[in-house]
Design a protein around this ligand. Structure first.
Ligand code: ADP
Ligand code: MG
Length: 304
């Protein structure tokens, strides 16, 4: 059964429709990424499923039941940076969090160990790096051992090492069988840790499913060939004449050729050479979530 079912949720703010008829299901045990650029409605959606915000229309079910306080208690949430006391230790801060949430103190050692902060339990919060602060925040969500976790932009503002630590932590939690729902605008992060993804754009759900479904769900036999030459305009002009080329986009001096699989790099190289264009770069790229995401969310696709 789905851990979370979102059914036709719309959220209207006075000036903007933050969510427009959004529906999807989060399977048990998945790491479900809600992906979208800033302002696409991710935080609003998480706010609704955690009952911090009211939906204008639609409903959601936790484990098949309409959201209620008892259901929500089974969900650990990190929606915004929590207020920890700077002068208190990690352990003391969690004691306060546990007291507020009504969980026993003896769960604190367990959660500190999971986030790898047990050795630092007596250090004051103010001495922690951003990554450690975020791990302490995640520790707080683990109090009471909820089966589902909801994180909003869990790696926001962290350095690469901090991001890698959170990523490892999410993978560990997932391996322990927890269902994790996380919003992110970082494609790479979602592709590395998530099993499932929903892509939001301006409040509209563009697609959802397993990461591989979302990646595969495109013009079946399309590939991307990247090429570059000294005269990029001339190169672009030539490539547009090739049959089987669906789209060309370019950035940083490289053209991305979206084309049928039949087109080989050799044939492109040969044709360019015969037109006196010497390629300085030629590579075939597998589609990743980033290219797929750009395809899905690109309103004015640079089609031929
Ligand atoms: P994301 O988390 O994907 O960056 P948000 O859910 O924060 O997006 O915002 C979605 C849209 O809703 C944005 O246009 C934002 O300005 C608007 N919005 C969010 N919260 C409010 C609010 N409390 N009042 C009015 N508009 C809001
Ligand atoms: Mg947000």
């Amino acid at each position: 059964m789905a851990v979370l079912t979102v059914q036709n949720i719309t959220k209207k703010f006075p000036r903007v429709k933050a969510l427009d008829n959004v529906s999807f299901e989060v399977p048990q045990g998945s790491v479900f990424g809600i992906l979208g650029p800033n302002g696409s409605g991710k935080t609003t959606l998480l706010g609704i499923i955690m009952d911090v915000l009211k939906a204008s229309e639609g409903q959601y079910l936790w484990n098949g039941e309409a959201g209620n306080a008892q259901q929500r208690r089974k969900v650990g949430t990190l929606l915004e940076t929590p207020n920890f006391y700077h002068y208190l230790s990690a352990e003391k801060n969690l004691e306060i969090a546990a007291a507020i949430k009504g969980y026993p103190k003896d769960d604190i050692e367990r959660v500190l160990k999971i986030v790898n902060l047990y050795e630092r339990k007596d250090s004051s919060f103010s001495t922690f790096s951003l990554g450690m602060k975020q791990r302490l925040a995640i520790a707080s969500t683990l109090l009471g051992n909820p089966s589902t976790l909801v994180f909003d932009e869990p790696t926001n503002g962290l350095d690469p090492a901090g991001i890698a630590e959170i990523r490892r932590l999410i993978k560990n939690l997932s391996e322990q069988g927890k269902t994790i729902i996380m919003a992110s605008h970082i494609l790479d992060e979602v592709e590395k840790v998530c099993s499932h993804v929903a892509i939001l754009q301006k409040g509209v759900l563009k697609t959802s499913g397993t990461v591989s479904e979302v990646l595969a769900n495109n013009e079946e036999d399309e590939q991307i060939i990247e090429i570059s030459a000294a005269n990029l305009d001339q190169l672009r002009e030539l490539v547009t004449t090739f049959p089987g080329v669906n789209k060309i986009s370019g950035n940083n001096g490289v053209l991305q050729i979206y084309c049928k699989n039949e087109i080989t790099p050799e044939s492109i190289n040969r044709q360019c050479y015969s037109q006196n264009i010497i390629l300085s770069h030629l590579s075939v790229r597998r589609k990743n979530l980033e290219t797929r995401f750009l395809e899905i969310t690109d309103e004015n696709k640079p089609v031929l």
